[in-house]
Design a binder for this molecule. Structure first.
Ligand code: GLV
Ligand code: MN
Ligand code: MN
Length: 409
């Protein structure tokens, strides 16, 4: 009989990992996929899963599955989230879903009902795309939403390819890609996540249910000019890509403002070579654009591309815009949503501005999400917050929802 840690709480579990991957420079946590910090977290998760008697295995794409019951029925109920983070991220984005899954599993064990199907907890790698640029990379590979050749050749900031880093982490990069065998075991996926906006705060509710995820994508904008000396190059003689990049950042904001409900962000910008007394030879900007209707995302990106070309020409520079990832708007299935609303009365429906593995999985399996109130309404920042009572309420809501799914006719 496995040792049941029925005394674990969500905040207790989060406290166990509170020192892993702390970023002393940025504040918060930096837990890139396949880093020491992320490996420590996945090792910690596996120990907790094994202590609960779950069978743990890592699939061909590095997704960790911890399961109870025979998965061959193809109807398993899966919950989970991710353990990687953005640079300088908060403590809850990802880990709240994993810790809540472990606590919900404990609560279900205590209830002693007879499940009609197996239950698994899944941990998805590189949800944030912080290391290799493509968000939800693990679930995209699993579902076939990214070409594995392209994925293998993605590079991190140090120039290492995903194939190299995955191999060093014990995965065989030849086998990255769509894995119908693993997916066939999944009947329903339910992800619990910290809310990343103010929806639940404004409604004074601890838990919500996802209705949709905005269409969103990422683009790499490269501006090339002429690298030169900061002192000996007259202002009139310059082709400075940093000047164009600065104007593009402003154009990004203006394009978003011109299309109501859209959001467009440049959160990362790299000048090459990057010296105080050096006019850059090129600058790369990473653009993130989102809108409830994905066709508007394309319109906004087209407007930015056109304006970037004009601004580059004014400076004598060249610009290229390359798509890195694109996700259509996701509407979660109404039947499952209604079932969750019935199980969790009073929980409002929310549209998510953030992307999630549940959104990627929704293309292949019945998927849904729960959100837990974030009193600051801030995320991807150390200011992200969840109150202890809300965290435990979220785990109970997850347990209730899983029980309903595990006993559904
Ligand atoms: C992930 O959190 C994203 O929406 O970028
Ligand atoms: Mn997340
Ligand atoms: Mn995130």
């Amino acid at each position: 009989m496995p040792e049941l840690r029925s005394t674990d709480t969500v905040t207790g579990l989060l406290a166990e990992i509170a020192d892993v991957g702390r970023d002393r420079q940025r504040g918060g946590y930096s837990r890139p996929v396949f880093s020491t910090a992320e490996r420590d977290l996945t090792g910690w998760f596996i120990a907790h899963a094994q202590r609960r008697g779950l069978d743990v295995h890592t699939d061909l794409n590095g997704v960790i599955w911890a399961s109870s019951g025979d998965l061959s029925s193809g109807e398993s109920v899966v919950t989970g989230s991710h353990l990687d983070s953005v640079p300088g991220g908060g403590a809850f984005d990802g880990p709240l879903g994993i810790c809540s899954a472990l606590v919900a599993f404990d609560r279900l064990q205590q209830r002693g009902f007879t499940p009609l199907r197996p239950l698994s907890i899944a941990v998805f790698p590189e949800e944030e795309g912080s290391r290799f640029g493509v968000a939800c990379l693990g679930s995209r590979l699993l579902t076939g939403a990214i070409d594995p050749d392209r994925a293998r050749s993605l590079r991190d900031a140090d120039g290492n390819t995903l194939a190299e880093v995955a191999a060093a982490s014990g995965l065989d990069p030849r086998f990255l890609g769509q894995d119908d065998g693993t997916l066939a075991a999944v009947g329903t996926f339910l992800e619990l996540h910290v809310e990343q906006g103010r929806g639940l705060v404004d409604l004074s509710k601890p838990v919500g249910i996802a209705r949709s995820i905005l269409g969103h994508g990422r683009w790499r904008i490269t501006v090339e000019g002429q690298g030169n000396h900061a002192g000996s190059t007259l202002m009139a003689d310059r082709r400075d890509p940093m000047v164009t990049a600065a104007r593009v950042v402003v154009a990004v904001r203006e394009a978003a403002l011109a299309h109501p409900d859209s959001r467009a962000t440049v959160g990362r910008l790299t000048p090459v070579p990057g010296g105080t007394n050096v006019i850059a030879s090129s600058v790369t900007l990473w653009l993130d654009v989102r809108h409830p209707r994905h066709e508007i995302v394309a319109t906004v990106v087209q407007a930015i591309t056109t304006e970037a070309g004009r601004l580059a020409a004014e400076e004598g520079c060249r610009v290229t815009v390359a798509e890195e990832s694109l996700s259509g708007t996701v509407q979660f299935p109404t039947g499952l949503r209604d079932m969750l609303s019935h199980t969790l009365p009073g929980s409002p429906l929310l549209d998510s501005g953030a992307g999630h593995d549940a959104g990627v999985l929704a293309a292949r399996v019945e998927s849904a999400m729960l959100f837990v109130r974030n009193p600051t309404g801030v995320s991807h920042s150390p200011e992200e917050q969840v109150e202890a009572d809300d965290a435990e309420a979220g785990a109970i809501a997850l347990a209730d929802a899983l029980q309903a799914l595990l006993t559904r006719d």
